[in-house]
Ligand binder design. Sequence first.
Ligand code: ADP
Ligand code: MG
Length: 255
Amino acid sequence: LGKDDPVLRAEGLEKRFGGLVATDDASIEVERGTITGLIGPNGAGKSTLFNLVSGFYEPDAGSVSVNGVDVTGQKPHAIADQGMIRTFQTPRKPEGMTVREALLVGPHNQTGESIIPLFTSPSTVEQEERRSLEQAQQMLERFEIGDLATQPATDLSGGQMKLVELARGMMAEPDLLLLDEPVAGVNPVLADKLAGFIEELNEEGITFLIIEHDMNFIMRLADPIIVLNQGSVLVEGPPEAVRSDERVIDAYLGG
Ligand code: ADP
Ligand code: MG
C-alpha cells in the first residue's frame, strides 16, 4: 500500500446509457487526508461517477484504483474491502429492522445481507451478534443518535437517515468515504452538525469525497473542489478559485 498513492484514482471513465453519455473521459484523483468536493449542475454525471468508482456500474472505458490497487470492473463488496465505502443519495430504509440492526447490514456487501456469519456455532454467532450490536450502539452514540438505536429504521426522518448513513459507513472503518449529497433536505442545524462530524473524522485520518449541491456547505468543508460538467471535469482547485471561475459560473447558468 503506497502511502503516496492517491486513495482513489479514476482515469478516463466513460459511461453511456443508450445514446446518452453520462460520463465522458472523467478523470479524478482523491489525495489521502483531504475532504474533496465534487460539484456540478444537475445531470453532470456526479452520481454516475460514484456508481462507477464503487462498482455499481461497469465503465464502458477507463480504470479505477483504490489505495493503488486496480479495482476496475470489480464488484461493490470487493471494492469496499479495499477501503472505500459509499453512501447513497436516496438511501433505502431497511424494513423490519431497528436502526442499530440496520447498521450491521454491511456496506461491504451492500446487498442487504447481515455481516454476522451464519455458518459458525450458535454460541459464537450469539457472541458475535452481541459484540456487533455494541459496536453499532457506540457508533450511533458517537454521532449523537444513540437514542434512535432501537427505533424501527423505517421511522427515521430524512436528516436522521443521513446521520445513520454516515454511522453505517463508518462501521466498515473505511480509508475513504464517498458521500452523495449528505445535506440534501437536511435542516441547517443538522447540516452544521454533520459538517462538524465530517471534519472530526477527517482529522482522525478518514479521507472524504463529497457530492453536494449546497454551495456554502461544500465550499466551507472541502478543498480541493472538482467541478464536473457534461460528464467530464471542467475545473479543479481550491474553493475560492472555483467559486469565482467564469467557466463554473457559466456551467451553472446552463451554458
Ligand atoms: P448528477 O448526479 O450529476 O445529477 P447523474 O450521474 O445522476 O447526474 O446523471 C447523469 C446523466 O446520466 C443524466 O442525464 C441522467 O439522466 C443519466 N443517467 C444516470 N443514471 C442513469 C441510468 N441508470 N439510466 C439512464 N440514464 C441515467
Ligand atoms: Mg446525483
